[in-house]
Design a protein around this ligand. Structure first.
Ligand code: PPS
Length: 301
């Protein structure tokens, strides 16, 4: 997103969802799908891919820090959405096009996407671009997505918590089923250079996970730089950093007074939202829909 290009839209229209090959997405994005599907990835692109609210911004900042040797000034050159374009975002009312922004960028690029594996533009597979995928346990993920729907004025009306949880479990939210998303990308790592990370692991031991990222990117990380990155990408730091906390966008788009983008940043906040019955239903769904995948998630540390 380009903050200069983002016009103040007095009454932001909340999106309606439309089917794109069986996956719901914002209708504007579906209407603008041609250029997204035909996006030209480059072999030296790095793609950060996630289900929404899985820790994208966190990994984006970690990657940018690794790529810039832990240089704080370089990483403060622009807001995170400028440094790492979100390829499928398409908001004509706000003059935002992720494809245009990425096309205008010099190589090597780092890009962001929330697309499920089957909808990733084929050029990423053809070019064998490296991909980092981050997954987060579904309970914390849905709580975060609910609050994001409240504060992001372009998202569909979420309804109340109970209603949103139902919609999420049915895979009827933007980006579709969380289960299909995490499973699809888990399989993709067997045939493509995908580093698959878990939010809970980064929270538990950021140094260990940052090292994994650096190794995947073939970048040497001296201990002092690693420590600097761990410190700079702590939740408390990123929450007050205007280059990472999304406060540089107009409130007609993101209203932080309703819920800040950097909300809690924890594992286990779901316990303040789920009833016991809701939690058991989610456990059952996980058992059913992740069965045989080899995937498992921690909901507390
Ligand atoms: S988006 O809109 O999909 O790009 O959002 P995304 O960045 O994936 O997810 C936002 C959630 O990630 C939390 N977050 C962090 N947690 C821990 N440490 C750090 N540094 C960090 N940065 C962002 C953010 O607070 C959102 O989670 P919740 O649970 O809502 O707090």
């Amino acid at each position: 997103m380009d903050s200069e290009m983002v016009g103040e839209s007095k009454s932001t229209k909340r999106a309606t969802l439309e089917d794109l090959n069986g996956v719901p997405f914002h209708s504007e994005m579906v209407n603008g799908w041609g250029p997204i599907w035909n996006f030209k990835a480059r072999s030296d692109d790095l793609l950060i891919c996630t289900y929404p609210k899985a820790g994208t911004t966190w990994i984006q900042e970690i990657v940018d820090m690794i790529q810039h040797g832990g240089d704080l000034q370089k990483c403060a050159r622009a807001p995170i959405y400028e440094r790492i374009p979100f390829i499928e975002i398409y908001l004509p009312d706000f003059k935002i096009s992720g494809v245009e922004k990425a096309n205008a960028m010099a190589s090597p690029r780092t890009l962001k996407s929330h697309l499920p594996v089957q909808l990733l533009p084929p050029s990423f597979w053809e070019q064998k671009s490296k991909i980092i995928y981050v997954a987060r346990n579904p309970k914390d993920n849905v709580v975060s997505y609910f609050h994001f729907h409240l504060m992001n004025k372009t998202k569909p009306e979420p309804g109340n918590w109970e209603e949103f949880l139902e919609t999420f479990m049915a895979g009827k939210v933007s980006c579709g089923s969380w289960f299909d998303h995490v499973r699809g990308w888990w399989k993709a790592k067997d045939r493509h250079p995908v580093l698959y990370l878990f939010y809970e692991d980064v929270k538990e031991n950021p140094g260990r996970e940052i090292r994994k990222v650096a190794e995947f990117l073939d970048i040497q990380l001296p201990e002092s730089v690693l420590n600097q990155i761990v410190l700079h990408t702590k939740f408390e730091r990123m929450k007050v950093n205007p280059m990472t906390n999304y406060t540089t966008l107009p409130s007609s788009l993101l209203d932080h007074s309703i819920s800040p983008f950097m909300r809690k940043g924890t594992v286990g906040n779901w316990k303040e939202h789920f009833t016991v019955a809701q939690s058991e239903r989610m456990d059952d769904l996980c058992a059913q829909l992740l069965k045989g995948s080899g995937l498992s998630f921690r909901t507390e540390l």
